[in-house]
Design a protein around this ligand. Structure first.
Ligand code: FES
Length: 58
């Protein structure tokens, strides 16, 4: 599912980035460009990020 339309970033891409070490929105912005344009995806991207961090550290 697309999370960031502007940059064509999917939840899968975000999960993979977290798996590869991203743990803040700043990291997702740097590696995927998430929320760099309109910013509408920020809340949803953060939700996916937090879910994945919980899953990773469980
Ligand atoms: S939808 Fe992500 S910056 Fe616009």
């Amino acid at each position: 599912m697309y999370i960031c339309i502007c940059r064509g970033v999917t939840d899968t891409a975000i999960r993979k980035a977290v798996c590869d070490g991203a743990d803040r929105m700043k990291d997702l912005r740097a590696c995927l460009g998430v929320s760099e344009q309109c910013g509408l995806c920020a809340a949803h991207a953060k939700e996916v990020l937090e879910q994945e961090l919980l899953r990773k550290h469980r």
